[in-house]
Design a protein around this ligand. Structure first.
Ligand code: ADP
Ligand code: MG
Length: 156
């Protein structure tokens, strides 16, 4: 199953709005890949999503820590940035097995770096430059991902 939609995000507010929209329909368990070059807006989107769920502290890019955990209103979310991952096997060192063994939401920047060890995503969010703004391709790869996009109003 694969359904895809292209959205225009003309400014940072549009990116943040999409993150908030996703937050409003997010289940307890989901795997979401965020793809796109440095500066594409992946962390901006995650930050808006976490804030919309009620997180009040900072949302730092886990560029060096690789993973940042969040407990928000009884749910577990993990924000991963695998840009500096040496090899997919290094995911074992940051405890990917434990993360996958519990109900949680994984928000993963640079998932390409973890290919073969990461599970298949429910949703892929692919950000590209479009003039001064961004274009966002959303692709649902599982029934859960499809439902999420439908609930978020991405598909009618
Ligand atoms: P990434 O995590 O993909 O490397 P960041 O979210 O850290 O990117 O940075 C993205 C930069 O682009 C930020 O400066 C942010 O203000 C800006 N930005 C985010 N979304 C948009 C958009 N839709 N249009 C223009 N600028 C954006
Ligand atoms: Mg980032």
């Amino acid at each position: 199953m694969s359904v895809e939609q292209l959205l225009q995000l003309p400014d940072e507010t549009a990116t943040a709005d999409f993150g908030a929209r996703l937050a409003s329909v997010l289940p307890e368990q989901a795997v979401i890949f965020l793809e796109g070059d440095l500066g594409a807006g992946k962390t901006t989107l995650v930050r808006a999503l976490l804030r919309a769920l009620g997180h009040q502290g900072a949302v730092r890019s886990p560029t060096y820590t690789l993973v940042e955990p969040y407990e928000i209103a009884d749910r577990s979310l993990y924000h991963l940035d695998l840009y500096r991952l040496g090899s997919p096997e290094e995911l074992e060192d940051i405890g990917i097995r434990d993360l996958l063994a519990q109900p949680c939401v994984l928000l993963i920047e640079w998932p390409e770096r973890g290919a073969g060890v990461l599970p298949e995503p429910d949703l892929r969010l692919i950000l590209t430059a479009a003039g001064a703004g961004r274009a966002l391709t959303v692709r649902a790869a599982t029934p859960l991902g499809g439902k999420l996009l439908k609930d978020a109003g991405v598909f009618s």
